[in-house]
Design a protein around this ligand. Structure first.
Ligand code: PEP
Length: 253
């Protein structure tokens, strides 16, 4: 496969620095020998340094859950791309549905964050996905998620594009235990790859990773990963226990 699978854990607002350190250590140990899979953990900002320390000699990579688009300045409470790269952060989740919902992140803000991340060498994992009422209202969800991806990647150069990834996360599947069927994920991923192809060309689209997110667990990951357009998973709840996250990175085997 041209695309190395990417399994990323989003720890959300969980773990103190010390708890994160212990979880990172267990993930690191469980990931030894995982093979051709890129594994990323995204602890809260306050735990990044501790987790970076634990992962220093491991192939598990460090991600953040958010980033601001300015480099520095009077932006109380925000964290800039250079602050993250200085800690060894390689990936950053951008536009998670919880940020869109609770912190009013618009497509425009998501795009600014994506471009700032890429300009500083961070790899954004761009979250898109429709809400339940949008999914139930016919085919409109397709244009909605297409639009989210187009907006997030606007102004990104072809050279940078394949450093980004998209996580298709139907909002109705996040934290609900209600996973998209592999066929539903496949349909969404195929249409999102078409968007990437239309924007950056077929070659970039073939390299571009599209992850699925939404109640991924050790039992359903194998089927999801069997879909050719599913290139990995963004995992919330099941990434908070090393045992389940390690099982997921092994595709449930
Ligand atoms: C997420 O928060 O990105 C997510 C997919 O959560 P969960 O796996 O808990 O549904």
């Amino acid at each position: 496969m041209a695309r190395t699978p990417l399994i990323a854990g989003n720890w959300k607002m969980h773990t103190t620095a010390e708890e994160a350190r212990a979880l990172a250590r267990a993930v690191r140990d469980g990931a030894a020998g995982v093979g051709d899979v890129e594994v990323v953990v995204c602890p809260p900002f306050t735990a990044l340094a501790a987790v970076a320390d634990e992962l220093a000699a491991s192939a598990v990579k460090l991600g953040a859950q958010n980033v601001f688009y300015e480099e520095m300045g009077a932006f109380t409470g925000e964290v800039s791309p250079p602050m993250l790269t200085a800690l060894g952060v390689e990936y950053v989740i951008v536009g998670h549905s919880e940020r869109r919902q609770y912190f009013h992140e618009t497509d425009d803000v998501v795009n600014k964050k994506v471009r700032a991340a890429l300009a500083h060498g961070l790899k954004p994992i761009i979250c898109v996905g429709e809400k339940l009422e949008e999914r139930e209202a016919g085919d409109g969800w397709k244009d909605l998620v297409r639009g989210q991806v187009k907006a997030a990647l606007a102004g990104v150069s072809v050279a940078h594009a394949a450093k980004a990834a998209v996580a298709y996360e139907p909002v109705w599947a996040i934290g609900t235990g209600r996973t998209a069927t592999p066929a539903a994920a496949a349909e969404a991923h195929a249409l999102l790859r078409e968007v990437v192809s239309g924007t950056f060309g077929r070659e970039t689209a073939e390299l571009f990773r599209i992850l699925y997110g939404g109640s991924v667990n050790p039992e359903n990951v194998k089927e999801l990963m069997a879909e050719p357009d599913v290139d990995g998973a963004l995992v919330g709840g099941a990434s908070l226990k090393a045992e389940s996250f390690v099982a997921i990175m092994h595709f449930g085997e």
